[in-house]
Design a protein around this ligand. Sequence first.
Ligand code: R5P
Length: 235
Amino acid sequence: MKRSGGTDAEKRRAGERAAAAVSDGDVVGLGTGSTAAAAIRALGRRVDSGLDARAIPTSHQSRALAREAGIPLLTLEEATPDLAIDGADRIAIPDRDGSPVLIKGGGAAHTREKLVDSAAERFLVVADSTKLTDCLDSPVPVEVLPDAVPVVERRLSALGGDPTLRAAERKDGPVVTDNGNLVIDCAFGPVDDPDSLAADIAALPGVLDHGLFVGLADVVYVGTDDGVDVYRSGD
Ligand SMILES: O=C[C@H](O)[C@H](O)[C@H](O)COP(=O)(O)O
């Protein structure tokens, strides 16, 4: 799946704002991707200055970055995250009450991200301004057991989708996730009922999880040219 690109400055502003929301004693779920990386680096600077925070990573990437930044690490067996900070590929902010809907998984990390983000008491999303959209129409990443690919592709087509097995960019063959599985990017056109699509995909045998995050995000920090726009669930 092609990664989108907002500016590094927007990502840094969003990441720093989310890292500033971490309090002494917090356990933080660390998302994956370039904007979560900005938050991890900002959190590392706060830990270096004396903040007592520990973290649960969602990928090899976020584990390595957290180690490099000097953030002590835990597992889900040892603690429940007080908050999680994670990026998104697409974000739809509802007009009325309700939680922002996200599409995640551009880096194939959405299964562990959903596990950690949903376990956290608060889920803070960090993004650059290119991620906001009125229409959720980008493909939904679906992590699938390797043996299940043909069956899941047929069933995704039956749900009205157009599935494509994600190819690796720097190796021959498909992308293999941190969990040893494959990813199907499934285009559905505009997703009008994300709740029901999320339930339909999750129910398919062989699917580990998909990148539609519905009813999970509490706050979205969007970096802009000169600051950070904040959207709260239910505002
Ligand atoms: O699988 C990857 C994750 O869901 C990322 O959080 C998402 O792709 C956003 O990444 P970035 O901040 O690099 O755009």
